[in-house]
Write a protein that binds this ligand. Structure first.
Ligand code: ADP
Ligand code: MG
Length: 267
């Protein structure tokens, strides 16, 4: 389906929205008086990995949550493959920032992964052998098969993060949204996660992740989306991950020495 969109500069742009895993237009989100995200447009491309980059408090998590419909925006909309979010939510898997999940009652790792199969199981659905097998397969993919019977609360941060990724895999989504998947994880977990994300990309899935480590942007991602309440820039890492865009995003809070060490695109 091809739709014509009036773009901000008044020209008429023709975009094949149906082929875009996520299109965000004019998104504004506010918790109080000052917007956390202001008039943001974002377009994700199928089969690519996008890093959302910006300083603390820039609205990165808010953008993801609003794009997922977890919080409602003041203005703007999100389309998933050109369709309203509410009919397409099943096509998105979300891995929230790890610190936001608190396990105060005992839950087995396998049960966390089975939550990813909820839609297939239905409200009263019995867990059958094939569901169990599918959950184990997802745990295997993140290297956590041997931990299936353990309590999630007893695992290390990195191990928990792998389990949450396994739950997302169980959903068989088309678009994977992750909020700081590498924050506070060990190096082995970081390698395991990036390798799973790259294998999803190889299957034609789309990945978007809030990412705070500028040193690995060029190695891990295809596209970058820079935000500081407003969008600063978006596009391929090779052309968009520039010192100028970083300076605009971080407003001088990034030391030149730090920038010098990055594998940046030529501005
Ligand atoms: P980031 O993920 O880029 O660090 P957030 O999206 O978490 O930024 O936050 C953006 C802004 O919104 C910050 O100023 C933050 O303090 C504020 N904020 C985030 N969540 C809430 C909330 N639940 N209630 C009030 N303010 C919030
Ligand atoms: Mg955040």
């Amino acid at each position: 389906m091809v739709m014509a969109l009036a773009s901000v500069d008044g020209k008429t742009a023709s975009e094949d929205l149906a082929s875009k895993p996520l299109t965000v237009r004019g998104l504004t989100v506010s918790y109080g008086e000052k917007p956390a995200v202001f008039s943001v447009d974002m377009t994700l491309t199928q089969g690519r990995m996008t890093a959302i980059v910006g300083p603390n408090g820039a609205g990165k998590s808010t953008l993801l949550k609003a794009a997922l419909g977890i919080i409602s925006p003041l203005a703007g909309k999100a389309l998933v493959y050109g369709q309203p979010l509410k009919t397409q939510r099943h096509r998105i898997a979300y891995v929230p920032q790890r610190a936001s999940v608190d396990w105060d009652f005992p839950t087995r790792v396998i049960d966390v992964v089975l939550m990813g199969l909820q839609r297939e199981l239905g409200l009263l659905g019995r867990v059958r052998a094939r569901h169990q097998a599918r959950a184990m397969e997802c745990l295997d993919r993140v290297g956590m098969r041997d931990f299936a019977e353990r309590q999630i609360g007893q695992l290390s941060g990195g191990q928990q993060q792998r389990v949450f990724l396994a739950r997302a895999l169980a959903q068989s989504a088309d678009l994977y949204m992750l909020d700081e998947p590498f924050a506070g994880v060990d190096a082995a977990t970081e390698r395991a996660i990036i390798s799973v994300l790259k294998s999803l990309r190889a299957e034609g899935k789309t990945v978007v992740a809030v990412h705070h480590d500028l040193a690995t942007v060029a190695e891990y991602f295809d596209d970058i989306f820079l935000i500081n309440t407003r969008k600063v820039a978006e596009g391929p890492v090779e052309s968009t991950f520039t010192a100028e865009n970083l300076n605009q995003t971080y407003g001088g809070r990034l030391a030149m020495a730090q920038i010098d060490q990055l594998e940046l695109a030529a501005g």
